[in-house]
Design a binder for this molecule. Structure first.
Ligand SMILES: Nc1ncnc2c1ncn2[C@@H]1O[C@H](COP(=O)(O)OP(=O)(O)OP(=O)(O)O)[C@@H](O)[C@H]1O
Ligand SMILES: [Mg+2]
Length: 249
């Protein structure tokens, strides 16, 4: 079954076709990998799905319901959470304060669920526990390592228990042991039924973790399938080789 389906999405910036008729189906309760060369439109697709950019044309649907060009808050309310390629934390606040601020920005969710400040604090500690940052709760967030900051952002979005989580390059610049920890947490949430869509250049990470891998090239879908099949697809290799050397960012 599909959870998010995009149909013929187009998005241009001046003369650049970031999305040039992109159609894809992300499977429900799966870990979906989304790969493609730099500039192939992955982040733009995330931005359009989550309402941070509007599509020029085409549709986005969530479990069959049209959510095309919904506002970020509305998309969030529908249970879609995301992280950003450039991590968005508050570097001068403590780790715990960061999670509190995130919860407040998600205020409508807290309200709907009847959270008071005690319940919110409890939930904040619970999510920090889950990602393994509870011990660092009183530390200044800007002092955390890059990988820990990514974990903190991951903690934010799990506060409201989204059913779909979009991660934009969770592994970039993260050390191997923290990387295993991140994979672990993704698997743990996935085993509780959370769907993931993960954009990542670290192929080992993607191939080990994902149930299905979708490939973008020049703003549209190139192919999709099980990791092993995609990895050995000559068209995928060609897409990567054809657009110059790739970096891990
Ligand atoms: N706000 C913007 N203004 C102008 N051009 C943009 C903007 N956002 C994206 N683009 C362009 O659209 C194309 C797709 O960019 P996008 O960031 O979606 O690619 P990506 O697949 O996420 O790449 P990467 O792997 O490097 O993160 C690129 O050519 C990019 O320069
Ligand atoms: Mg990107």
């Amino acid at each position: 079954m599909s959870v998010i389906q995009v149909t013929d999405l187009k998005k241009s910036y001046g003369g650049i076709h970031a999305l040039s008729g992109c159609s894809m189906t992300f499977e429900d309760k799966a870990i979906n990998g989304l790969i493609g060369p730099n500039g192939s439109g992955k982040t733009t697709l995330f931005n359009v799905i989550t309402g941070y950019e509007t599509a020029d044309s085409g549709q986005v649907s969530l479990r069959g319901q049209d959510i095309t060009n919904a506002k970020p808050d509305e998309v969030f309310e529908q249970g879609i959470g995301r992280t950003f390629q450039i991590t968005r934390i508050f570097p001068r606040l403590t780790v715990l304060e960061n999670v509190h601020v995130a919860a407040q920005r998600q205020g409508f969710v807290a309200q709907a669920r009847g959270w008071d400040s005690a319940a919110e604090r409890e939930r904040a500690m619970e999510v920090l526990e889950f990602v393994g940052l509870a011990r660092l709760a009183p530390e200044i967030a800007g002092d955390l390592s890059y990988g820990q900051q990514k974990l903190l952002e991951f903690a934010f979005i799990t506060m409201a228990r989204p059913s779909v989580i979009l991660l934009d390059e969770p592994a970039g610049g993260v050390n191997p042991s923290l990387l295993r920890h991140i994979s672990d947490r993704i698997r743990a949430l996935n085993s509780e039924g959370v769907t993931f869509i993960i954009v990542e250049h670290d192929m080992e990470f993607v191939m080990r973790l994902c149930d299905q891998v979708l490939v973008m090239h020049q703003g549209s879908a190139l192919t999709s399938g099980p990791p092993e099949q995609v990895r050995s697809d000559p068209a995928v290799l060609e897409a990567y080789l054809g657009t110059g050397p790739k970096e891990g960012s």
